[in-house]
Design a binder for this molecule. Structure first.
Ligand SMILES: Nc1nc2c(c(=O)[nH]1)N=C([C@H](O)[C@H](O)COP(=O)(O)OP(=O)(O)OP(=O)(O)O)CN2
Ligand SMILES: [Zn+2]
Length: 126
């Protein structure tokens, strides 16, 4: 199997509802988010030796830039803007919008709010 990925970064604010009183994340605060899109393929490489050109992920970068960078994430997502909900949203966006040749698949999307945390979302493996 070949695995490739690309990282996208954006700055945004959020607050998280339904947390115990006094929890620091119930206050509005910001993160420098990192989003990684991971692709996997068990097919042949394409010249000059690509699973796909990383440039095929450019539409995702544009979506992140246009709709997430320097935004209040509570007004962007329909769900509380946790790392988990963001990872699921980005995974489904990539599945719906990226045109990837068979047998290339989106393995998972990983979202990090900080250098020490992450959440991943992808299909259940057989
Ligand atoms: N499972 C999750 N837990 C938390 C999330 C989340 O999205 N998923 N988010 C938060 C907050 O957004 C918070 O800003 C980040 O949490 P945390 O890394 O705990 O915050 P710190 O940078 O202050 O971490 P320290 O190690 O305590 O410095 C919370 N939890
Ligand atoms: Zn936060």
């Amino acid at each position: 199997m070949h695995r490739i990925g690309k990282q996208f970064r954006f700055e945004a604010a959020h607050s998280l509802p339904d947390l115990p009183e006094g929890h620091q994340c119930s206050r509005v605060h910001g993160h420098s988010y990192a989003v990684e899109v991971h692709l996997v393929s068990d097919g042949e490489l394409h010249r000059p030796g690509f699973v796909v050109d990383f440039a095929e992920l450019a539409p995702f970068g544009a979506h992140v830039r246009d709709h997430f960078d320097h935004r209040d994430l509570n007004t962007v997502l329909d769900a509380p803007p946790t790392s988990e909900h963001l990872a699921a949203y980005f995974y489904h966006w990539c599945c719906d919008h990226l045109r990837l040749p068979e047998p290339v698949r989106i393995e998972k999307v990983r979202v990090s709010e900080t250098a020490s945390t992450f959440a991943e979302y992808g299909p259940v493996l057989p």
